[in-house]
Design a protein. Structure first.
Length: 142
């Protein structure tokens, strides 16, 4: 299952993934990334993993690695999870080999958002932009 997060900057994609990840989750995830790649120089991802127990079909998710044109389009990925992070780090590194990746415990989701927003080189986004610098997960509807 997936839910997109409402994040404060236009080139950020945040998604909560839970339970068994399906073909529909895969399609939604890849579609969101393709839209971001078309609209922005770089994209940053916040992946919140909540009790993900399987990838179905696993082959589809393993094939997510983007072609050479998109290798540098994702510059930072934050993984938030209370599951063993090594499992997600390995898969994420394979999908986004040119990205800087950090892992965070679920309790540190705000810290992950701060990191993913930090040091933006893209005009109009990140700290100091016209986006709401006070935006937080606490402001979102649950």
């Amino acid at each position: 299952m997936h839910d997109f997060l409402d994040l404060p900057d236009p080139n950020l994609v945040g998604i909560t993934l839970s339970d068994t990840l399906t073909e529909d989750d895969y399609e939604a995830f890849t579609s969101a990334l393709e839209d971001q790649f078309a609209a922005h120089i770089t994209t940053r991802l916040l992946l919140v993993m909540e009790d993900v127990d399987d990838w179905a079909p696993e082959e589809r998710w393993e094939d997510l690695a983007f072609d050479v044109r998109h290798l540098s389009d994702v510059d930072k990925v934050a993984i938030v999870s209370d599951d063993p992070w090594e499992r997600w780090l390995e898969k994420t590194e394979a999908l986004f080999p040119m990205s800087t990746i950090q892992t965070y415990d679920a309790a540190d989701q705000e810290e992950a958002l701060d990191w993913i927003r930090g040091d933006m080189d893209v005009p109009g986004v990140g700290p100091g932009s016209s986006s709401d610098p006070e935006a937080s997960f606490a402001d979102q509807d649950e």
